[in-house]
Write a protein that binds this ligand. Sequence first.
Ligand SMILES: Nc1nc2c(ncn2[C@@H]2O[C@H](COP(=O)(O)OP(=O)(O)O)[C@@H](O)[C@H]2O)c(=O)[nH]1
Ligand SMILES: [Mg+2]
Length: 238
Amino acid sequence: MADHEKTLSVIIPSYNEGKTICHILTRVLSVLLPFEIKKEIVVVDDGSADETGMLVESFIREHPEVPIKYVVHDINRGKGMAIRTGIKHITGEYVIIQDADLEYDPHDYSLLLPYLHSGEYSVVYGSRFLNRQNRHSYPAFYWGGRLVSFIASLLYGQVLTDEPTCYKMFRSSLLKSIPLDCTGFEFCPEITAKVLKKGYKIKEVAISYTPRSMEDGKKIKWTDGLEAIWVLLKYRIR
Ligand SMILES: Nc1nc2c(ncn2[C@@H]2O[C@H](COP(=O)(O)OP(=O)(O)O)[C@@H](O)[C@H]2O)c(=O)[nH]1
Ligand SMILES: [Mg+2]
């Protein structure tokens, strides 16, 4: 397949993100990808009770030139379920998970893509911890992220600096081939465990990060960190 026929699918799981959804869609649209790769956006509205749905629908009407799919869960099912729904709707060769907030910068897609495009890797993670200029959110999230990454490295034998990063980019055929059980934030440890168990090596690339606060809408909790450790152990033992 010629480069200009290749597409990066961007899955955006969104739950009550009315404050930021249009900003992130604008940012994703504004990014020019290397190798003439095109973009496809799949927004999964995870049963939002705010104006997220209405805003996405009017954004799509205002931007008919870009392929944006909008899929709705009638009730809130969790981030993992939103990603699983998104995976069913992607058609690109490559796929990345993009949160609906502004913590990660879509310009960084260009840093990850070359490793997939060269054929050397099938999985690339953007690491917030490899970029020393980044600020971090609450100390509990910083240390929790480091601990989860350390445990993943110990259990699966590959050094990872940022396992819970949102920026996980895959060859779509690989992601589609992996059956997932997750419903919530366990998407991250489950997919990491499963690709490493299959013998794939994960390439990490330094990315930028602008943390948001709980008041700004951050929803992950420290108990999600504990669950991540449990999920990493569970798939190691199985
Ligand atoms: N917390 C939560 N987030 C969801 C859900 N469904 C989709 N999401 C999205 O998943 C992302 C999680 O964002 P955030 O709370 O900032 O967590 P973090 O970025 O992983 O630390 C956001 O884009 C949410 O809108 C859900 O049921 N719960
Ligand atoms: Mg986030």
